[in-house]
Design a protein around this ligand. Structure first.
Ligand code: PEP
Ligand code: MG
Length: 754
């Protein structure tokens, strides 16, 4: 049975469309269970009906025609109760409805199980037997297990617009695929599925006819890959500073290495054709790297593999076929890489969708820097079926519409126009202070990571940097940046904003922010080795970074240092000890060096309850609402399956934040919020009402938040908070904020997809 189950699911997953998938299901189930009929009904939510969509055993003419109301007939009972129904004689059941179209007369035994995905009943799978008999428990569990797994396959097909089309449903958003947001924004375009094309492992040995020709071909291929890398790097250089694309230089160096080139040529001379010799060199290198003790070197194996694949593509001349891009390309893949993104001419790239990864993935970071909407972590992404399809990427709500109807396309085009218009209108606020109607100033700072974030932050009038995520430059490199390299990067940010404050956070890796050259394998990475924990266990990494920051601040005095993922005061003491040590050492070289203000991120629940003790050690607090929400609600911030539970407006999150704000006020320490929540105009009003002193957000959100603050008095914001306080869930609080913004004439902030 298990085997049948596995095979059926594989077949269904390979089916070209939903209709084919459903007919495979009914045929296979009928065979496997030796029943007389198997049918699938799908729920048509628009009309509150179950529709017969496929059958093996009933009259096939009835497909698409038989429709049962919700709760009507036995199928309706299964769908409504979301439970199996097993009857020896169907017509004895009070809910039984005779449907003549399907030729149901001779059947008695009935077993129906619901097909459920993400709490939604998608349909009902039914088997019938001529004779009267109750199905055995094993049969029931078989069908049940199959239905549970089919739900994924059906919703794949459904997401491709098939269900909506088959049922002529008007509500496509019901069937949209869900992921986690990488970059907000809306994109319309055609899918371009990217994949590792050439398979080195499949290359056989082969004796070459002409050794010199093979060598020449190989050299040409290496040359071509190098040109590609340079082109990629250059193309990105038009949009991003050189610092941010260091990744490509490292790959070129590796490509030109003596071992790789000469090793392969020696293999050709020894009697193998170029692809075979290349396979051998690459595999030797990969094994050698994988065997290394040093984690950084071990990770190089994947780069070598990638380069090998690229050279092979040229040797096999598949390169030109697979690399031409059209305008409005939406890059789609199992795991879209930064180099795949870089291959698309910037003006042609409309969006990015990846089955794996999160907002911390390289590709998401680059997409954000380029302002390209991206949806990551779409578990159910049917990658194999998407190439060339029309897509709508909804980066605001992390949704993907495949083959969207005209109505959906028009809706998103309208959204794009409204966004553009709103952004233009908001420009007028750039020079105006961020203050409430009654004159309370709330400094608005920018969150940055890449150097390319600096210009937009300055342009929108950020009053400094409230969170510089230093892990970003670490993430896009292929090794730890050295002290001098780091100093130069930090200096550029500090200088760009001088004399405004720049809050530089020490390395916050771990969780989903994994460095390819510092691999950490953990079952529970978000509860594992993260942020300050790694820093204290590796003082050499921490000290190098702190020294670089201090040296970068020489003569400026606007550096503020922020410690991430702190869960107890002992960590602060240890970190301060190291910071002092670095400072004292550097003081010998630079007498004018100022000891920076040091602050702590409040993003772990335990920290939220030790504000007083922490305040004795540090100068300021910054609330990381992204992690605080994740840890308070026990919801992985990057897991699309539980994304519906992740809500920074959850009453418990608001209560934790208010308690931090109050304690910080009592002990006289300023407190800001630097999580995504600060960039949500409605939430920002609540935060200010709670007594949060400043807000830090992405440049794209800053003017929206300023508009909201300038439209309310502190008193009004407090009244809004009082009202929100009475509500019991985040959804209700969001609705309240939206209606208040609308009432204040700020409907644009709500409508523009946020
Ligand atoms: C946060 O957790 O809210 C935060 C600002 O840090 P990050 O998103 O980088 O984890
Ligand atoms: Mg955090």
């Amino acid at each position: 049975m298990l085997d049948t189950l596995r095979r059926t699911i594989q077949e269904v997953n390979r089916a070209p469309d939903l209709q084919r998938a459903l007919s495979i299901i009914v045929t296979r189930v009928k065979q496997a269970m030796a029943v007389d009929v198997c049918s699938v009904y799908l729920v048509d939510a628009d009309h509150g009906q179950q529709v017969l969509m496929a059958t093996d055993g009933y009259n096939t003419q009835a497909v698409g025609k038989v429709r049962l109301g919700f709760g009507e007939g036995l199928v309706g009972v299964v769908a409504r109760r979301a439970e199996p129904l097993n009857l020896d004689n169907a017509s004895d059941h009070p809910a039984y409805v005779f449907t003549s179209e399907i030729g149901e007369d001779p059947f008695h035994g009935f077993l129906g199980v619901p097909i459920i995905q993400h709490r939604q009943v998608l349909g009902v799978l039914v088997v019938r037997q001529r004779e009267r008999r109750r199905f055995a428990e094993q049969e029931e569990t078989f069908l049940f297990t199959l239905a549970a797994q089919l739900a994924g396959a059906i919703s794949h097909a459904g997401a491709s617009g098939d269900i909506a089309r088959l049922l002529q449903s008007s509500d496509e958003s019901r069937y949209a695929l869900k992921g986690v947001s990488g970059t907000p924004g809306a994109a319309l375009g055609r899918a371009r599925v990217v994949f590792p094309a050439a398979d080195l492992d499949a290359i056989p040995d082969h004796v070459p006819d002409d050794v010199e020709m093979e060598i020449a071909d190989f050299r040409a291929a290496v040359e071509a890959v190098e040109q590609d890398m340079r082109r990629m790097s250059q193309r990105m250089a038009d949009s991003l500073p050189a610092e941010d694309i260091a990744l490509f230089d490292a790959l070129i160096l590796m490509l030109r290495s003596e071992n790789l080139v000469e090793g392969t040529i020696a293999g050709i001379r020894a009697g193998n054709w170029a692809p075979g010799a290349l396979r051998n060199t690459i595999s030797e290198h990969v094994t050698a790297f994988e065997d290394m003790e040093d984690p950084y070197l071990r990770e190089r194996a994947s780069d070598v593999r990638d380069l090998g694949r690229r050279i092979l593509e040229y040797l096999q001349s598949v390169h030109d076929v697979s690399r031409s891009y059209e305008p409005d390309t939406i890059l789609v893949g199992e795991e879209v890489s930064a180099s795949q993104l870089a291959e698309v001419p910037v003006g042609y790239l409309a969006g990015v969708v990846s089955a794996r990864g999160s907002s911390a993935s390289h590709v998401a970071i680059l997409a954000r820097a380029l302002g390209i909407p991206a949806v990551m972590g779409v578990d159910d992404l049917p990658v194999g079926r998407l190439d060339g399809q029309q897509l709508v990427v909804d980066g605001y709500q992390a949704r993907l519409f495949v083959r969207p109807s005209r109505a959906v396309r028009e809706e998103f085009q309208r959204l794009q126009r409204e966004e553009a218009q709103l952004s233009q209108e908001l420009e007028g606020l750039i020079g105006l202070p961020a203050e409430t109607l009654d004159g309370v100033r709330v400094p608005l700072y920018a969150n940055t990571g890449l150097l390319s974030d600096i210009t937009p932050s300055l342009r929108c009038g950020a009053e400094g940097v409230g969170l510089y995520r230093t892990e970003v430059p670490f993430l896009i490199r292929d090794r730890f940046p050295g002290e001098e390299e780091q100093r130069r990067t930090y200096r550029q940010v500090l200088e760009a904003f001088d004399p405004a404050p720049v809050t530089v956070r020490t390395l916050d890796i771990g969780g989903d922010k994994r460095l390819s050259y510092f691999p950490v394998e953990e079952d529970n990475p978000f509860l594992g080795w993260r942020g300050i924990r790694i820093a204290l266990d590796h003082p050499e990494i921490f000290l190098t970074q702190v020294r670089a920051m201090l040296r970068a601040s020489s003569g400026l005095g606007n550096l503020r240092l922020l410690l991430p993922m702190v869960s107890s005061v002992g960590e602060i003491d240890s970190a301060l000890g190291l910071i002092r040590r670095a400072y004292e050492e550097l003081l010998e070289e630079d007498e004018g060096l100022v000891f920076p203000q040091v602050g702590v991120m409040i993003e772990v629940p335990s920290a939220a309850y030790q504000v007083r003790a922490m305040a004795q050690r540090v100068d300021f607090f910054s609330i990381g609402s992204n992690d605080l929400t994740q840890y308070l609600l026990a919801v992985d911030r990057n897991n699309a399956r539980v994304a519906g539970l992740y809500d920074a407006l959850h009453p418990s999150v608001l209560r934790a934040i208010r308690q931090v704000a109050r304690k910080a006020q009592e002990v006289g320490r300023p407190v800001s919020v630097c999580g995504e929540m600060a960039g949500d105009p409605g939430a920002a009003l609540l935060l200010v009402a709670m007594g949060i002193d400043s807000l830090s957000m992405s440049a794209a959100s800053l003017l929206r938040v300023k508009w909201a603050l300038r439209s309310f008095s502190l008193q009004q914001a407090r009244e809004l908070l009082d009202e929100a306080w009475e509500l019991e869930d985040g959804e209700a609080i969001r609705a309240l904020l939206h209606s208040s913004l609308e009432a204040a004439g700020l409907g644009g902030l709500v409508r523009a997809g946020r």
